[in-house]
Structures are given as C-alpha cells and as structure tokens.
Design a protein around this ligand. Sequence first.
Ligand code: ADP
Length: 386
Amino acid sequence: MSKSDNPAPAGAQTQPGLSRVKNIIAVASGKGGVGKSTVSVNLAVALKRTGATVGLMDADIYGPSQPGMLGSRDARPDISSGHLKPINKYGIDFISMGLLVSDETPVIWRAPIAMKMIQQFIGSVTWGELDYLFIDLPPGTGDVKLTLAQQASLTGAIIVTTPQQVALGVAHKGLRMFQQVNVPIVGIIENMSGFTCEHCGKETAIFKEGGGKQMAEQLRVPYLGAIPLDTSIMNSGEEGVPVLNNGTDTTAAKAFISVAEAVRKNAESIMRVIAQTEPKKIQLSNEGNLMITWPDGHESVYTPHTLRISCPCASCIDEDTGKKTLDVDRVPLDIQITGYNPVGRYGVAIAFSDGHNTGIYIFDRLRGLCECDKCSKDKKQDSFTI
Ligand code: ADP
C-alpha cells in the first residue's frame, strides 16, 4: 500500500479492462462439485433474458468447466498486444482459464501460482460495456477471494451451496471470508435442492432440504432461491447448451429465471447503498490528513491520529464485545499516514507510520467519524434526541 500521487476516485476499477462493467459479482462455493459453474452459466443466460448485458469469467483454474458448458471447448480468444478479448456465446461475453490452459496442464503446478494467474487473468481481459460480470471463482481458496476483493471493485458475492450439512459448513466459511473483506453478500443459492422426476415431475428431497435458506436466515444475508437436482441441468452442461436455450417453461428454467430476478434486485439495492456512501474522491492533504469528498459534496478531513485510534481491525477492537483493546495513550500524537488503498467499494485500508496497516475503514462509519463543526453539531443533536 502506498500513497497515491494522483488518487483515483474510491471504488473506481483499478483494472482498466473492467472500467465499463457496472456490476461485478463473484460466484463462490466452499467446496468443489456443488454446481457453482453450472449455476454461473445458467444464471448469466437467465439474466441476459431480462435485457441486461452480461459477461462471464471462468476463473476456476483448478477445474475450468465453462467452455464445455457453453459448447466452446475449441474456441480461442483473440489476443492482441497482451489483451484478451472475450468470445461471445449465447449472447454472453465469456472468457475462461480453460480456453488458455490445456487439459494436460497438471493441477499440481497450478496451485501455488493460483493467485498470480488470477491476478494476471483479471488484468488482461478487456470487457466491453456490461451490466453484470459474473466471476466464477475456484472453490475454497481464501487468498483468491481476498485478492479479488482488492483487485476488482466487487458489487458483491453469491455463495452456491448444496443442502447437505457438510457442504453448508464449508459454504459458511466461504461466506465469512467475503464478509471479512467487506464484500456484500448478494445472496445464497441452494443448488441440487430436491430431485425433480423427469417423467412425473414429482419432487423428492434426496438431500436435506432448506439448509441454504436456514443459513441465510441465521447469517442475515439474502436467500436467492433454490435450483432443483434435475437431469436436464446435468445434460445441458454436458451438451454445451444452457438450460434456458432448451425452453423456458421447465422447472429448471423457471428456477434459474427466478434466481436471476432475485440477483438483479439485490445487486440494484447494493448499488443504491454504494451510490450513497462511496466517496467521490480520497486524497492526502499537504499536511498529511486524509481528505474525503462524499457523494453529497460534503468534505471531511481526518487527522492520522483520529484515524489510528479509531482503527476497527480485530487487533484494536475486541470482535465479541466491540470494545477498544488498543491502548490509545500509546499512539503517538504525530503519527502519519503512510499509505491508503480503497478496498472494494465499501472502505479504505490505511497504513500508519507505527507499522499498523490492518484496519479497513468502512465508508459509512468513516463518515460518522467526521469532526467538522456541522457533523459534530448533528451528532450532538442526535444524542439529545435519543
Ligand atoms: P462446481 O463448479 O461447483 O465444481 P459443476 O458446476 O462443475 O460444479 O457441477 C458438478 C456436476 O454436477 C456437473 O456434472 C453438473 O452437470 C452437475 N450439476 C450441477 N448442478 C446440477 C443440478 N442442479 N442438477 C443436476 N446436476 C447438476
């Protein structure tokens, strides 16, 4: 993290190839095989049908399966002057690690360089104008999620899970990882939820049903809906034709349409919050204070000392009690800000001259820290009202 001489607006995409993408949504799962890629592909196609322009990035370098699911195994993306151009299939702009690495590439050497590959991959694709870009992440891998949250300004993340308890436990861990880096959760999708008989249409709960919904309720995150365990979904993946391209009147197609509508609704409400809280500009003043221009034009100036003693990280605040554990008296009055970096679209990470750099300051809380006359007066009035 270093001081930026010419700071970009907070939340601006740090990757130029993503600059024309309105919403970037990571699709993640705690473990492999829960149908994350299947859901990503069909969700993208279902969202496209609502009139949105949609892109899909298969960043699952351990098992890039989307070229097969989109019937594009042999496609090769156009590469010119180091930039990758997505291919278009079924109306979706699409790129996959699977189009770049051969099937023979041993997984063993892929693992240690996963992060670097994903970073390069994200940075090298030039996307056009898109309403939504889904990034299908490798399962598990916390580091990748962290990198992504910092590399791309995510609107949020979708967690795909199956109803089984084991999978749910792991999905929970994956979800927490996003929350720790302040990426909003667009919602949870329960895949393989109940088996629909292709002959009589009867539904049977093969695995325990409703776990995804329960998990969403417990963790107070949105539930986006369920996708049935359905042979037509599996076949469509194998044939390389998305479910909706075989008709929209099937149980499976209706499920994807309903989930896509929920995704759109939730992403829109997240974007509304972002529009209200994301600063227009963040910069350091000549005196070394952090200056923020908020969406309503208000300007806040924070001294390094105020920010350091308000650090919200786990080593300065007890996570359970919310009480400050930092010894404020030991923070030097002349402490300096040595660097800052927007994190996603929700906050800014700040590094200080005492070497502390683990605090991510969420924008709406940062706004509450403003000590200008007007904000101090408003705060006083609020406390009287209470
Ligand atoms: P992941 O990306 O989580 O590893 P995949 O999307 O590759 O999982 O799916 C794993 C397997 O499960 C594939 O064979 C896929 O066709 C199948 N599958 C996924 N979702 C469903 C579903 N809802 N119904 C039937 N088969 C499914």
